[in-house]
Write a protein that binds this ligand. Structure first.
Ligand SMILES: C[S@@+](CC[C@H](N)C(=O)[O-])C[C@H]1O[C@@H](n2cnc3c(N)ncnc32)[C@H](O)[C@@H]1O
Length: 232
């Protein structure tokens, strides 16, 4: 069953999946949520002047986070290499009706994210390299690429508990660079304990409109810590 389009409180679209009884974004504002959780508290905390930063998104979905990242990369003059994982790609009929391209004055970019082929890398702009993988996170394997930021944007633990277990999270955590961060809108206690159990330092941050809190977790960077200690 195709999800249906809904209008969230900031005027941006989201999707409602009737089988799960779950939306793709917060009803208080899809755009506001993506900007707050993934861009301001994720990407913007990870900039690097001398190299491309690696971003992994679990649950590419509508492409909103990827589009905002592309725009941010251009404005901040930051090279980004982005991998988005999606088990259930949207139909063309559906993504073409979403209002993100018009709302962000980026219709060409939004279409490009969806039109390009799956499972092969694309240079969409010098500052934005993009690969979307049509796989489930359970099929994702750690590789040589280590990520600076993971956008963990799965459906909520009550709806898709298997996405938030230590087992599922472990491969993603293994793929984080030392010092790298994972950000998500989810603030559930069990999820945070799972991250701590996997060795991450977990922070609670104020959430987007309508939500008290969100989560940011960092992989400790032992080498950087030792370097700092030896200097002091
Ligand atoms: C909360 S939505 C967020 C989507 C997206 N980040 C956006 O802004 O539209 C969760 C997404 O995870 C996808 N998903 C569901 N099961 C998955 C799995 N096992 N592996 C990867 N993605 C999955 C869903 O199809 C959906 O697109």
């Amino acid at each position: 069953m195709n999800p249906e389009i809904i209008i969230t409180e900031d005027g941006s679209h989201s999707l409602y999946n009737a089988v799960l009884d779950e939306t793709y974004h917060s009803r208080h504002g899809a755009l506001a949520e993506s900007r707050h959780v993934f861009i301001q508290n994720g990407l913007a905390q990870s900039l690097s002047a001398d190299r491309a930063i690696q971003v992994l998104e679990v649950g590419f979905g509508t492409g909103l986070n990827a589009l905002l990242t592309w725009q941010y990369a251009r404005e901040a003059r930051q090279r980004v290499e982005y991998v988005g994982i999606e088990r259930f790609p949207l139909s063309e009929e559906l993504w073409r009706r979403l209002n993100y391209g018009t709302a962000l004055n980026a219709e060409r970019e939004f279409a490009a994210l969806h039109e390009i082929s799956w499972n092969e890398p694309h240079e969409l702009e010098t500052c934005f390299h993009f690969l979307k993988l049509n796989i489930g996170v359970e099929d994702f394997e750690a590789s040589d690429t280590l990520y600076d930021v993971v956008y963990y944007d799965a459906f909520a633990p009550e709806k898709q508990p298997e996405m938030w277990t230590s087992e599922t999270l472990s491969v993603v955590v293994r793929s984080l660079r030392p010092g790298g961060i994972l950000v998500t809108y989810c603030a559930k206690g069990q999820f945070r304990r799972n991250l701590r159990g996997l060795g991450l330092e977990v922070e609670s941050l104020p959430g987007p409109p309508g939500k008290r809190a969100m989560t940011r977790a960092r992989k400790p960077d032992e080498k950087a810590r030792k370097r700092a200690m030896s200097k002091s």
